[in-house]
Design a protein around this ligand. Structure first.
Ligand code: G6P
Length: 476
């Protein structure tokens, strides 16, 4: 098997299966910033990517795709149910997002999580060259760093947590709280989205494990009585900014934006929400605020339309099914009460769209609504800003999204405060062009200077520094 100098381990492989017209299967690179950011590193370092192909029971041999060696990890239907839908998305996901939905603690799910994490760790151990760098991604794989270190002490191991890390008081509900912390601390560098997440993690490590921490350093005790230093700090993720700018400048995309506006009956203002259909995104709160504004007569459907794209997600998990029912009931009620034959209040789209169409939607939107109750980063906020090369449009952004730390020139809101959110929506709708321009220029500056390539570089530089510490400790 190939021996790779750089290995990414993620729940999903960076490709999607496509079925051709003649039933012939192939692969297409998945859209997404992480894949784009790592592509140059992958090519230059003979990289490998360990992950799941997204369907149960697929038995696939490792294969080369677009300069990357892909190592598929097989998940049975039961693994998908217990490790992915259960432990990852019905326990960790709600627990780490401030218990917006109730996490379920089931021992069979935990057993599956341990079993599947071991499978990922073993696959990574097999493909990594001597002294290679391995970068583990996200909450589905929190035990992999420690398992991998035990299998391969020569490796340099990084872990990035894409979602929030909760306050100690919440985290301590987890029946397996020590095992998960120890799992993460197998990494040399543990990256978080916000400074607050790294702080929550360090505090939890002190309280649960009694390890010493100093600034971003954590002393992890070893069996021989010595210590290993792990680093836990914030590396806020970003997007592939240039590709959004490029699409936004294409005449056909701009034309499509005009068509979208016309298709909605040329309202004075278009409001836009773009989310995975997830209870963390605050879609219900947003609909409540918008519905009340129509009810109060502060907005009319002739003047304003809300376009809500809610892409299907984790559809077999009960809390997601419930949320979908609630949202669709609410949308139906609001539209039933306020639509006219020519205008709709909410254009609801339970679909996923290609990037070109998303950029056209961003260009058509006068106001972008990001009302998450809790979100690791929220890349949609950054995507909207990146596309607005005209320095127009207003971003309404929840202070509970990681992006709020970096984008203070947005109109920040507390989505739990419905009256406050309503006032900010009206302010966004009425904002004079000069103020839009001032705010948007400052937002764009941030998204242009901190893109996803810069993000991966700074994380990998921190890992490189850890590698030097390894080498010094090893005496070679
Ligand atoms: C979040 C997580 C990712 C995950 C994505 C889509 O952004 O941080 O790890 O891949 O949601 O969710 P899914 O369950 O479809 O992979």
């Amino acid at each position: 098997m190939t021996q790779a100098e750089f290995v990414v381990v993620a729940n999903r492989l960076p490709v999607d299966r496509v079925v051709g017209a003649e039933g012939d299967d192939g692969w297409r690179r998945s859209p997404g910033g992480l894949v784009t950011a790592l592509e140059p590193v992958m090519r230059s370092s003979e990289g490998a990517w360990v992950g799941w192909a997204g369907k149960p029971d697929l038995e696939l041999e490792p294969f080369e795709f677009d300069g990357t060696f892909l190592v598929p990890v097989r998940l049975s239907a039961q693994d998908v149910e217990q490790y992915y839908e259960g432990m990852s998305n019905d326990t960790f996901w709600p627990l780490y997002h401030d218990v917006i939905a109730a996490p379920r603690y089931r021992r069979v799910w935990w057993d599956a999580y341990v079993r599947v994490n071991r499978r990922f760790a073993e696959a990574a151990a097999d493909v990594a060259a001597e002294g290679a760098t391995v970068w583990v991604q996200d909450y589905q794989l929190q035990l992999v760093p420690k398992m991998l270190r035990e299998l391969r002490p020569d490796l340099v191991i990084g872990y990035f947590h894409h979602i929030p890390f909760p306050a100690h008081g919440l985290y301590s509900q987890l029946p397996w709280r020590r095992q998960v912390l120890e799992g993460l601390l197998g990494a040399d560098v543990i990256g978080f989205q916000r400074v607050a997440d790294a702080g929550n993690f360090a505090r939890t490590v002190r309280r649960q494990l009694r390890y010493q921490t100093k600034a971003s350093g954590i002393s992890v005790p070893l069996a021989d009585g010595s210590y290993r230093n792990a680093v836990a700090k914030a590396f806020p993720i970003s997007i592939d900014t240039e590709s959004y700018v490029e699409l936004a400048r294409r005449p056909e995309v701009q034309q499509r934006a005009r068509e979208i506006r016309e298709g909605l009956g040329n309202p004075k203002r278009i409001l836009l929400g773009v989310d995975r259909l997830d209870y963390t995104k605050g879609i219900r709160h947003r609909l409540k605020a918008f519905g009340e504004l129509l009810q109060d007569g502060r907005l009319t459907v002739e003047d304003v339309t809300l376009v809500q794209v809610a892409s299907p997600s984790r559809e077999r998990v009960e809390s997601y099914m419930q949320l979908r029912d609630e949202i669709e009931l609410t949308v139906g009620r609001i539209n039933g009460d306020f639509d006219t034959t020519d205008h709709t209040a909410i254009r609801y789209l339970h679909q996923a769209y290609p990037k070109e169409e998303m950029v056209a939607l961003f260009l058509a939107a006068d106001v972008m609504l990001v009302t998450a109750l809790r979100d690791g980063m929220n890349l949609v906020a950054k995507e909207y800003v990146a596309t607005r090369t005209d320095n127009r449009g207003v971003l309404v952004l929840s202070e509970f999204a990681g992006a709020a730390d970096e984008l203070p020139s947005a109109l920040l809101i507390n989505p739990h405060d419905i009256d406050g959110m309503k006032d900010q929506i009206i302010r966004a709708i009425e904002m004079p062009p000069a103020e839009q321009g001032r705010r948007m220029r400052s937002l764009r500056k941030k998204v242009i200077e901190s893109d996803v390539v810069q993000w991966s570089r700074s994380f990998l530089a921190a890992l490189e520094a850890a590698k030097h510490r390894h080498a010094t400790a090893g005496g070679d």
